[in-house]
Structures are given as C-alpha cells and as structure tokens.
Unconditional design. Structure first.
Length: 263
C-alpha cells in the first residue's frame, strides 16, 4: 500500500474519527509509555486507512493484507504468532497485541497484519576503504532513501533469508542467491505505519560485494543508487547532496552494518 500524505496534511481526525495514515499521533511522555503504567486519559489517534476499516473488509480484503479482521481479537492464532515473533509481545485483556515498546500515540493499523509484521532488510555494501558504497532505493510510499527490503510472506511459508534475496531481486534486480549474508539482528523498526496494535520488526542482514554492480529500480522502488558508506554522517551528507532524505527508521540498521564492518 502506497498511500502517503505530507506532514502538513497530517491533520486532526475527521468526522469519521480517522486521521491521515501518516498522522504522528498524540504525544506520549516517556513515563507513560509502558503498558504497565495506568493512563486513563490516553486517547490515541486512529490511522486505519479506508481499505482496512470494517465496512471495507466486509466487502474485500486487499491483496497486501494477511488479516481480514477489523479488530485483532478475531485473530485465532495469537499463540503461534507469539511463538515465532522476532520480538516478544503480549496481549491485553481483550486479546489485542501490544506494541513491545509501549504506547505509540496511534491506534488501528496501516499494515497487513495485526501485531508483528516481519520484514527483511538486506544491506548491500560494495568495495572497501574510501571506495565503500551502500545500495539504497527510493521508496515509492514515502519517497525517501532506504534499504531495499519488505515484508516476509510468512503466510506462504517464506523465511527471512528467502525474503532478503527476493526483495533485493524485485527492487534492484540484484540476484544474490549465491552470496552468504551476515545476519546483523532482529529488531523493532520505527516504521511510519506503527501503531499500538500493529508494528514492524525486521531481520537485517549484510551482503558484501567486491565492487558495485548495476542496480535497476523496480517493484516498490522509484530509484536505486550506490552511496558513499564510510560513516553514517557521510551517507546522510551524500543523500542530502542528491536532494533526498534518508529514511530515519533505517539509520540504526545502517549503523549496525558500519559497526560490523569496523570489527
């Protein structure tokens, strides 16, 4: 799903009670973020897009959505999902999944699943020293420079390693099936679509090539380019010089790759 609006359009909820999908939500003070802290006045903003609301789901479930349920208490396999989650999470008394890091200021969902959506983020680095480069794409949903990647098709039996290769091939044309990746971590991602009850957790992996190769943007990518990758500051400067913005949620993943390369 590629619905996106500018920050200026992230207004208060409309008469139907829903806000734009990129609404930042209500401010959550750090001392009230944990679910164990009582906050009766908490009123998060619902950013559910029209196609995932109850009336729309009753007619049609979008191709990109795994859960065709308007509310998460209707999901029947939470025990199984919790067992395979990249980041452990709990359910509340209603049977709703709770974001592992606490309140987000937003409710509803703008993802295909309730609870954790598993993603795969392949970080492809080429060359060494002053010639080291990292491959980034321009995402078509937010038009920012990001690691090529996407959701793991868990419902089709796909694993994270297979998703890493598939996403690279689909978005950049690179076929790295014969290359060995280093798994860097499995972490929550500060994705722009996260809410209290639906969020992204990613398996990030590092691929190292001797030199850059041709990458052609496709699928969810508007463009694909190699950027200098000596440090995160250097990368951000190069992205800014190209008139673009680095996707903030991917900064920690890119820094982890740099830390691994520095060993």
């Amino acid at each position: 799903m590629n619905e996106t609006r500018s920050t200026a359009d992230a207004a208060a909820p409309g008469p139907d009670g829903y806000a734009p999908v990129d609404h930042p939500g209500v401010t959550v003070p750090e001392d009230l973020r944990r679910w164990s802290v009582n906050w009766p006045a908490y009123t998060p903003v619902d950013i559910t897009p029209p196609e995932l609301r109850a009336e729309a789901l009753a007619r049609h479930v979008p191709d990109w959505a795994t859960d065709g349920y308007a509310t998460p208490d209707l999901v029947r396999d939470w025990e199984q999902r919790q067992a395979v989650a990249l980041v452990p999470f709990q359910l509340d008394k209603r049977g709703w999944p709770l974001h592992p890091q606490g309140r987000t200021g937003r409710t509803g969902r703008n993802l295909g699943k309730w609870g954790e959506s598993a993603a795969a983020d392949p970080i492809v680095v080429a060359g060494s020293g002053d010639e080291r480069r990292v491959l980034l794409i321009t995402r078509d949903d937010i038009e920012q420079e990001a690691i090529p990647g996407g959701m793991v098709d868990v419902h089709l039996g796909e694993t994270a390693p297979k998703a890493l290769v598939r996403e690279l091939l689909e978005e950049t044309g690179l076929d790295l099936r014969q290359h060995t990746a280093v798994i860097l971590g499995q972490d929550l991602v500060d994705d722009w679509r996260n809410t209290d009850y639906a969020w992204v957790a990613s398996t990030s992996a590092l691929y190292q090539l001797p030199a850059t190769v041709t990458a052609v943007a496709a699928d969810d990518a508007l463009d694909a380019n190699w950027y200098p990758f000596g440090s995160l500051d250097q990368l951000e400067d190069a992205v800014a010089a190209a008139g673009r913005t680095l996707y903030a949620a991917h900064r920690p993943l890119l820094q982890r790759a740099l830390d691994h390369l520095a060993k």
